[in-house]
Design a protein around this ligand. Structure first.
Ligand SMILES: Nc1ncnc2c1ncn2[C@@H]1O[C@H](COP(=O)(O)OP(=O)(O)O)[C@@H](O)[C@H]1O
Ligand SMILES: [Mg+2]
Length: 366
């Protein structure tokens, strides 16, 4: 799938822009704060219905404006056209249209335009609490698997109800009501667990392989799923936590506490990995994600590489460009603040590319 044209109105600092893209490499250069990340985020927004920068929707509307509109024209590998228009207006919410027809649910759109982003904010995945990693897994799996998307949405809904019940009854809920909620939580939770476990099993060797290529075989890394539900049934987990749940007045155990353990040379990546190693790990993770999404969808995702040189030296950037220039990859968006540096790398790689200058929220093909 690739984005052929994009028009943007009122999105962050971009007042108005109309762009036509290459089906391969598109580069955005400009000073800090010019709006390069905002362009890439507009592309992300149109496929995931939300910003990649964890902002609320209204924060994406340009200051002083009332709405934004993103209008994209895509072409699938089979030559199918997809026109996607997303608009968001202060006070009245979001609408999303596919080929002129409004979606019933925004979630129906997720997965149509597969996308993978590498950005400086990925560092949350290493440094922050487990909920960042769960959010990542959820977004990843939701692009691939409608059944997962539905299970995780329903799990979170039941979890909220169960927590409210524990709270309102001060830890002594009606047994009947609790039983119903527990059954639902087990059913959705088992699905979530099974699909996360399968994904990480498939992901781990790919991450290790990409890391090996990016780092010239220097260190061994590993990725592991960690869940209270591994090796026991969800019902057992809930049963074992019943007393604790009563005392704390919320659900203390379940897949909402899952995590993903990342290690380098056998030690936790967060504590023992250098910034460059952490970044390389995250890029390996994203390229592995790319590979799986491409296989599952039979369609190459769009790859966003925001701030290409963030924490990487020239050598690793050249490695990365060499990797993503191969046939296995499709359309790519790259941002960098240094035009000459980026041009140099792409010239050496021998790849065709389109170049855009971004200045003060304005985008110009050069
Ligand atoms: N809702 C908004 N309205 C107007 N400007 C915004 C909005 N959100 C962010 N910006 C501006 O966008 C600029 C940052 O753009 P960004 O794409 O991150 O720059 P860079 O080119 O460095 O990637 C900042 O000047 C910021 O103030
Ligand atoms: Mg930026």
């Amino acid at each position: 799938m690739f984005l052929k044209k994009l028009s943007v109105i009122g999105f962050k600092n971009i007042g108005q822009a109309a762009m036509e893209f290459s089906s391969r490499i598109n580069c955005f250069v400009g000073d800090n704060g010019a709006g390069k990340t905002n362009v890439v985020d507009a592309v992300h927004y149109l496929s995931m219905c939300k910003s990649a920068m964890t902002m609320t929707d209204s924060q994406s509307i340009r200051h002083g404006d009332e709405f934004f509109v993103l209008d994209g024209e895509y072409l699938s590998s089979a030559g199918r056209k997809e026109g996607i228009v997303c608009s968001f207006k202060r006070g009245s919410g979001k609408t999303l249209r596919r080929n002129g027809k409004e979606y019933d649910k925004l979630s129906d759109h997720i997965g149509l335009i597969p996308i993978v982003i590498v950005s400086p904010s990925d560092s949350f995945l290493v440094s922050d609490a487990a909920d960042e990693r769960r959010r990542y897994l959820n977004a990843f799996l939701s692009q691939l698997d409608k059944e997962y998307l539905s299970a995780i949405m329903r799990y979170n809904h039941v979890l909220g109800e169960r927590n409210r019940l524990l709270k309102s009854s001060e830890g002594l809920p009606s047994v009947d009501l609790m039983e119903v909620l527990d059954m639902q939580l087990c059913s959705f939770g088992e699905t979530v667990h099974r699909k996360r476990a399968a994904l990480i099993e498939r992901l781990a060797p790919l991450v290790a392989e990409y890391y090996r290529v990016l780092s010239d075989d220097r260190e061994q890394i590993s990725l592991q799923y960690q869940s209270e539900v591994t090796g026991r049934s969800f019902a057992e987990v809930l049963e074992a936590a019943r007393e604790k749940d009563r005392i704390n007045q919320f659900t203390t155990s379940g897949v909402h506490r899952d995590d993903m353990k990342m290690k380098i040379g056998g030690y936790p990546l967060r504590k023992y990995g250098s910034q460059g190693q952490q970044k390389s790990f995250l890029i390996a993770l994203k390229l592995a994600q790319y590979t799986i999404v491409a296989e599952e969808k039979g369609e190459k995702p769009i790859l966003l590489l925001d701030d290409l040189f963030d924490k990487l030296d020239l050598q690793r950037v050249e490695k990365l460009i060499g990797l993503v220039s191969q046939e296995d990859f499709g359309q790519i968006f790259i941002t960098d603040c240094n035009k000459l540096r980026l041009e140099g790398i792409l010239e050496r790689s021998g790849q065709d590319y389109a170049l855009f200058a971004v200045e003060n929220g304005e985008v110009r093909a050069v």
